[in-house]
Design a protein around this ligand. Structure first.
Ligand code: SF4
Ligand code: SF4
Length: 129
């Protein structure tokens, strides 16, 4: 039994524990359009009851209200602190999630809003090998 074979079995074994074989890197700059606060993809929230639960356990969710649903039935939210001209009216006290957006590396299926100044750069699993 060669070392390479053991190594290959080991990598095969590890591959079952990699949740997704693609990672994403975000590049670009913000154009300050405010669309990411107007069309927030909730990733997994399907109805008002689930949103209320999130608002209970994560109070910063209380600023969000439902504006629609995406093609996968996830809620699309908007923020009550967004001004008509696309600015944040509580910029200095905005929550951490807003400060971090968009995260530089995202481990799940990432997409930016159309017209956003940031772009998603896909990295294949082989790029890490
Ligand atoms: S959608 Fe993109 S460009 Fe527009 S405010 Fe959000 S991060 Fe900036
Ligand atoms: S708090 Fe400000 S930055 Fe955060 S979603 Fe609302 S408007 Fe956008």
């Amino acid at each position: 039994m060669s070392f390479d074979f053991i190594k290959s079995c080991f990598y095969e074994f590890l591959s079952y524990f990699v949740p997704q074989k693609i990672n994403y890197k975000i590049e670009g700059k913000c154009l300050k359009c405010g669309e990411c606060c107007r069309q927030i993809r909730s990733r997994g929230l399907k109805n008002n009851t689930e949103l209320k639960f999130m608002q209970f356990i994560l109070p910063h969710y209380k600023r969000f209200f439902i504006t629609g649903k995406d093609e996968e039935d996830n809620l699309i939210l908007s923020c009550k602190f967004l001004t008509d001209d696309g600015k944040c009216s509580v910029y200095n006290s905005r929550p951490q999630v807003c400060r971090n957006y968009p995260a530089k590396h995202i481990p799940y299926n990432a997409e930016m809003i159309e017209g956003c100044g940031f772009k998603v750069i896909k990295k294949e699993f082989k790029d890490y090998l």
